[in-house]
Design a protein. Structure first.
Length: 738
């Protein structure tokens, strides 16, 4: 009995400690979501900047002021001139300015500081805006430009601008090794941001706590130092250094390595997206920095090392993949598209749906033969009259997108998006595998309408059969036909790869991340060319409309493929009409098989509706008024004993693992929201409903693409239609979850 009591006490203590750690993690996640990555980065840099100004005086303050001011003005001016939304206080510009200024010394010519800040903001950021990402670290680029400018000055006028005279640069002529206290606290470093190693360490802790940084790159850059120094021989070729500079700790604390590793190598945009890639990036940057410091007289070799490894980032992404590894709590790796089963509360796990039977409305069109491409103007007019919209989730008017591309100069490109990231949707894979002639034929017609000389069909890696079928049909249909060049390629596979600009990034050989807008793809898309990106279903409807006419397609927005799964009698892909109700749509699959609990509509970014919504019209407008997005057109029917909250929690877990990592609200907020819902489901009483609301708002208002914007949709619709669901689970009173 005593042993049992002891064990129980121990278990209770461990549970309490676990709860405390969980609560701390939630509070940290809340603070992260409130601050955002850029604001947190500015806060992290303040101790370093303050220490630099305190130890170097007003001259250091003036350098920082000029750098930050120039970056801010350049950023605002560029946005005004390019007719983009203007943020008068843009934290990204402030970060660039601070980093450029802190890598300078107090006696750096202010004109050089301004030029470096301009290069950082204009060349480093905005020159690559059409590519959607920075090729080179902007601040490192600006700082290196300053170093080059200084090297052009006569030696007598050349200030020690870029920390070339660190403690490691002391000659061997009788100079003693600095004490550890001097390295940590005293002003042995000439650069403003390196005046206090202790301040750099404090800021590094803040960054690692509140910003999702590339920790592997930091560890790689610092961890490789001992090995490089061990291999380096203490020979006279070591330029201007004392023998004690081969001590690893002295080298790290006495050079710019620490500052560069924390604030440059950890940049989430210009470094590899995978853990192995980031580690190799750090190894390379650290090795180049140490060798440059020892065997050359190049000022600030750490920055040049980072820039060289930035150039290697696309190759590292191709070598190691473009998606971070997804691991569950047990440390096991999962597929990027796997949805966590909601356990015993779900009649069937919400895993990827498959279908093998083409709806009769489309199968009757086969085989589809094309011998001469129709006139583009006639096709455009017909598509415009039909009211056809995109079928990937955004529902943008197809004809309007085509006209936008036609307004841009040739050459143009058509990209057919076959990624189908929604685990509950099976329509696009079905079309590619069973009706490849419709897909290729529709793509050729669309290409002729927009004047595209190249067509790329990007097939999800989950459908090798679809890729093979499309490749074969392409050869058959284009034989003897004056048609655009068609390439059938494998897409990225990540969920976010379904976003059109992220897909274009992948096709250009870069990491799969959405681009900044404007410009939109139809203005500057694949390799800067006007690009029309259409879903597989969309181009199939184009072919069908030309074959059967607008009247057959129905009143706008016409027909729509839907994937019905869950508690229905005959799961599969069906054709829905715009005048159908939700109940009519479910009836296509034979109706509900069991006692109806809810409708999960539109996949992970859609929403969930109660049985009372069965009479709603199955249209984008009607569902939107109920707080639900139609998404790709999937409907998952929940029946007893499935729990709506458990379904939402499972979907949130899926979404939380899909962020590309580009924007802070999605990168931080989506996993935090998933974790909070998991705790609510477990009855964790420390979770506040207000936290869920704050996270949802942060995602909805601040995310860069549809993934982050739609991440809270399921939760918001749940709260709207089941207002007591959260409290019920917090108090462990859900009869379905037990």
């Amino acid at each position: 009995m005593a042993e049992s009591a002891t064990e129980a006490s121990k278990s209770g203590s461990e549970a309490g400690e676990g709860g405390s750690r969980t609560s701390l993690a939630i509070e940290l996640g809340r603070l992260r979501a409130r601050l955002g990555a850029r604001r947190a980065m500015v806060i992290a840099l303040l101790p370093v900047a303050a220490a630099g100004v305190y130890l170097n005086g007003s001259a250091a303050f003036l350098v920082l002021f000029v750098a930050v001011g120039t970056s801010a003005v350049a950023g605002v001016s560029h946005r005004l001139l390019s007719s983009q939304p203007v943020e008068w206080v843009h934290f990204g510009s402030i970060i660039s300015g601070l980093l450029v200024g802190m890598t300078c010394t107090p006696d750096t010519p202010l004109s050089f500081v301004a030029i470096g800040a301009l290069i950082s903001e204009i060349v480093g950021k905005h020159a690559f805006r059409a590519r959607g990402r920075n090729l080179l670290n902007p601040a490192a680029l600006g700082r290196s430009a300053i170093a080059l400018l200084v090297s052009l000055l006569p030696s007598a006028q050349r200030p020690d601008v870029v920390s070339s005279a660190s403690p490691l640069s002391l000659s061997a002529g009788g100079h003693p090794r600095p004490e550890w206290g001097e390295l940590l606290l005293d002003r042995l470093h000439p650069a403003i941001g390196e005046a206090s190693v202790m301040a750099v360490l404090v800021s590094g802790v803040i960054v690692s706590s509140f910003v999702v940084m590339k920790r592997e790159a930091v560890l790689g850059m610092l961890g490789v130092v001992p090995f490089v120094l061990l291999a380096a021989q203490p020979t006279p070729e070591i330029v201007g250094h004392a023998q004690w500079s081969l001590n690893p700790l002295t080298h790290v604390l006495g050079s710019s390595l620490l500052f560069t590793a924390f604030f440059f190598a950890s940049d989430p945009v210009t470094t590899p997206n995978t853990r192995p890639g980031s580690l190799v990036f750090g190894f390379g940057a650290g090795t180049l920095a140490v060798l440059g410091r020892l065997y050359t007289s190049i000022p600030g070799p750490e920055m040049f090392a980072v820039l060289l490894m930035n150039l290697a980032t696309p190759w590292l992404d191709r070598r190691f993949g473009t998606a971070p590894e997804r691991r569950d709590d047990a440390g096991e790796q999962r597929e990027a598209d796997e949805v966590t089963p909601s356990g015993e509360t779900s009649a069937e796990p919400p895993t990827r749906v498959r279908s093998s039977e083409l709806p009769p409305e489309l199968s009757s069109l086969r085989p589809f033969g094309i011998r001469t491409l129709p006139a583009g103007a006639a096709t455009l007019e017909l598509v415009e009259r039909s009211g056809l919209r995109g079928c990937g989730g955004a529902y943008f008017e197809v004809a309007r997108k085509w006209r936008g591309a036609l307004a841009e100069p040739a050459p143009r490109v058509l990209v057919v998006n076959g990624q189908e990231g929604d685990p509950e949707s099976a329509k696009d894979v079905l079309l590619m595998e069973t009706a490849p002639d419709l897909v290729v034929g529709g793509a050729l017609i669309a290409a002729a309408a927009v004047g595209a000389g190249d067509v790329i069909i990007a097939v999800t890696p989950r459908s090798p059969v679809g890729k093979a079928q499309l490749s074969q049909v392409t050869r058959e249909l284009t034989r003897g036909l004056d048609a655009p060049r068609i390439q059938v390629v494998t897409g990225p596979g990540e969920y976010v790869g379904g976003e059109e600009s992220a897909l274009l990034e992948h096709l250009e050989g870069r990491r799969c991340q959405p681009r900044l807008r404007p410009p939109f793809p139809h203005e500057a898309g694949l390799f800067g060319r006007p690009t029309v990106v259409q879903n597989v279903e969309s181009v199939v409807w184009v072919a069908a409309i030309l074959e059967r006419g607008c009247e057959w397609f129905g009143s706008p927005p016409g027909k729509k493929l839907v994937t019905l799964s869950g508690g229905v009698r005959s799961p599969g892909v069906y054709v829905a009409h715009s005048d159908m109700s939700l109940q009519d749509v479910v009836g296509l699959a034979g109706g509900v098989a069991g006692q109806l609990v809810a409708f999960a509509i539109g996949g992970p970014l859609g929403g969930i509706l109660p049985p009372e919504a069965a009479g709603l019209r199955f249209s984008r407008e009607s569902l939107g008024q109920a707080g639900v997005s139609m998404g790709a057109g999937s409907v998952r029917v929940l029946v007893e004993p499935m729990c709506p909250f458990a379904e939402v929690a499972a979907v949130a877990d899926f979404v939380g693992r899909q962020s590309c990592g580009k924007c802070a609200p999605c990168r931080l907020g989506a996993p935090a929201l998933a974790q909070a819902l998991k705790l609510v489901q477990g009855g964790e009483s420390s979770i506040e409903v207000e936290l869920l609301s704050e996270l949802s708002e942060a995602l909805r208002l601040s995310s860069s693409c549809g993934l982050g914007l739609g991440a809270p949709n399921m939760l918001r619709s749940l709260v709207r239609h089941w207002p007591d669901a959260l409290e019920t689970h917090l108090r462990r009173r859900c009869s379905r979850c037990g």
